[in-house]
Design a protein around this ligand. Structure first.
Ligand code: FE2
Length: 281
């Protein structure tokens, strides 16, 4: 009984888009931007030195190893509890960011942010997306004209995802509250520079079989992980775009690892006992 749309609860093969990996040339600046500025939390347990940094964003992460800057070709959306607090933090980091590409601008329902090396980030406030008040709700990648029908076929037929096709855009469902979006553009797209994403899938062997038969596995990492980089049209075999996917099985040791998330509004002046942890309440 009841008037419920049960279909909105369905989840395709990808259970989680867990991290976006972007190399950064300066760990100090990266900490200032991702932790002090955006308000995320440095993972206290893994890669806490000066050559890599994992930054927790709700149930997602940014992985930021030290190397020449990588730039995602499109934009990465994030959700934060409060955009007014974000603006205060950005004013705080403006001076040390002066010699970088860091910039931000208020738009209708988000703040458009440029990271110190040029990555485009859209910061939305809590309430914009269902089931997420802190994290990475979607990433939107630019692709050449006429590629999205084939990309939709790849994610539907090879990866086993639910996809929604719109005009020149395909939204691939990731878990219960995320999307990987591909948007066609007539503008020039930069060459692929090796940044990657990590996803957890319930059907691990199915995509692997398809990709391995076509020599599309770029790394056999271990029992619980492989990588691929080319997104091909299953109808023609044509390579449509490149984005390295770190594909992990549900038994991967990192799956479901509890991520420490602080309350981004807490600082020396606003601290009260017990308010340091992020809470959806
Ligand atoms: Fe990774």
């Amino acid at each position: 009984m009841g008037d419920y749309d049960r279909r909105t609860e369905d989840v395709g093969n990808v259970q989680l888009l867990e991290h976006v990996n972007l190399t950064v040339p300066d760990q100090g600046l990266a900490a200032l931007f991702y932790v002090t500025g955006l308000g995320f939390t440095r993972d206290p347990y893994i890669d806490f030195g000066t050559f890599n940094m994992w930054v927790n964003a709700g149930e997602q992460q940014f992985h930021l190893p030290k190397a020449k800057a990588q730039i995602f070709r499109g934009h990465i959306a994030i959700v934060l509890p409060d955009l007014d607090d974000l603006k205060k933090r950005f004013k705080f980091i403006a001076k040390p960011m002066a010699d970088t590409l860091f910039a931000w601008e208020e738009r209708d329902d988000y703040i458009a942010v440029t990271c110190p090396w040029g990555n485009q980030i859209r910061a939305y406030g809590a309430g914009k997306f269902s089931n997420m008040d802190l994290g990475i709700p979607y990433i939107d990648m630019q692709v050449p004209p006429d590629t999205t029908p084939g990309i939709a076929r790849f994610y539907e037929q090879v990866m086993g995802c639910s996809v929604v096709y719109e005009e020149a855009k395909v939204r691939v469902q990731m878990g219960y509250n995320q999307e990987l979006i591909f948007s066609e553009t007539d503008e020039a797209i930069a060459d692929y520079d090796g940044h990657h994403i990590a996803v957890y899938v319930s059907n691990f062997s199915g995509p692997h079989k398809y990709l391995a038969e076509r020599q599309l596995i770029s790394e056999e990492s271990d029992q619980h992980q492989y990588r691929f980089q080319y997104i091909v049209d299953p109808q023609t075999g044509t390579i449509l775009t490149e984005l390295e996917h770190e594909v992990r099985s549900m038994s991967h040791a990192m799956r479901g690892r509890p991520l420490v998330n602080r309350n981004p509004a807490v600082n020396f002046f606003t601290y009260k006992k017990g308010n340091e942890r992020f809470s959806t309440a």
